[in-house]
Design a protein around this ligand. Structure first.
Ligand code: GUN
Length: 295
């Protein structure tokens, strides 16, 4: 079987168009959703994400307050900026780009964000609400994965999903979201990680594999059941002298071999990536509606 490609760029465009129309309607009510972004330091991947976020905000008509701070920024200065954004009525969502430089404590900074503005869904209050199935901001990459699956017609009810990776940003939240007793969920979920013995033993039983390990070729063809759906969350830079940038992006899945066995597969780039920013925009619009008592 040769897999159909899930076009994340097109699905992201469709959702952004829906959001653009919604934002235009909110503006007529005097509401302009606003996103505050904080980037500390010079990590090249983080810089390119943040630039893409700023551009996406502009495209759909969101206000964005962008703050690029030097790697030497002190804890107090960063905390003061978060507090300022917590109190700024023009800002409905706050995003502190991770990872932070080593001298800053990520847990402390994420806890300082007002949970009502936590559009990343990383604050423990929102993580807890997600786990018990209460309405909350849901992390953007997992939320994007659920949308890709839903809009590609993948039935999750009763399906076996194997998540490879247990990060707080992707693995843990996507597993939690998919096991909820809800629409576009209701799956049986297995989580594999670096200490799992023989990951293939689990992935070969999967109807859906979500690869979020952060390592190229974590999922090879022998690990995939014929007809499985494969979602590749990896964004690994590997050296490529033929490219202007000197590198190219590959996922966690051995794409060329796995696409011959899967029924549906996401490419890298152009799969999950465009959905993350799209769901950030979605969460920011939700935040603005909540603040105005409309959601
Ligand atoms: N770094 C990598 N992914 C993310 C994300 O979704 N949000 C934030 N804040 N930082 C990230």
């Amino acid at each position: 079987m040769t897999a159909k490609i899930i076009d994340g760029k097109q699905i992201a465009r469709d959702i952004r168009e829906e959001l653009r129309r919604e934002v235009a309607g909110l503006k007529q009510k005097g509401i302009v959703p606003g996103l505050g972004v904080i980037l500390v330091g010079e990590d090249p991947a983080s810089k390119s994400y943040v630039t893409a976020k700023e551009k996406a905000c502009e495209e759909i008509g969101l206000y964005s307050d962008d703050n690029r701070l030097p790697a030497s920024t002190s804890r107090n200065d960063l905390m003061a900026l978060v507090q300022k954004m917590n109190g700024d009525p023009k800002i409905h969502g706050i995003l502190v780009q991770l990872p932070l430089p080593k001298h800053l404590n990520e847990v402390e900074v994420l806890r300082a964000i007002d949970p009502k503005k936590d559009v990343d869904g990383f604050h423990p209050v929102n993580v807890g609400k997600m786990v018990v199935g209460e309405k909350s901001f849901l992390p953007c990459t997992p939320r994007g994965i659920v949308q890709l699956l839903a809009r590609s017609g993948v039935k999750l009810d009763g399906a076996h999903v194997v998540v490879v990776g247990r990060s707080n940003i992707v693995g843990k939240p996507v597993a939690n979201m998919l096991l909820q007793k809800k629409e576009n969920a209701n799956a049986t979920v297995t989580i594999c990680h670096t200490r799992t013995r023989d990951i293939g033993r689990f992935t070969r039983q999967a109807d859906v594999i979500i690869a979020a390990a952060g390592r190229p070729k974590t999922i090879t063809a022998d690990m995939v059941r014929e007809g499985a759906v494969v979602i590749d969350v990896g964004v690994n830079r590997i050296e490529d002298k033929t490219k202007k940038a000197g590198f190219r992006l590959v996922g966690d899945v051995d794409f060329d071999a796995v696409k011959e066995k899967a029924s549906l597969i996401t490419p890298v780039p152009g799969g999950v990536g465009p959905m993350t920013i799209t769901m950030l925009l979605y969460n920011t619009v939700e935040g603005a509606k909540m603040a105005a008592g409309l959601a």
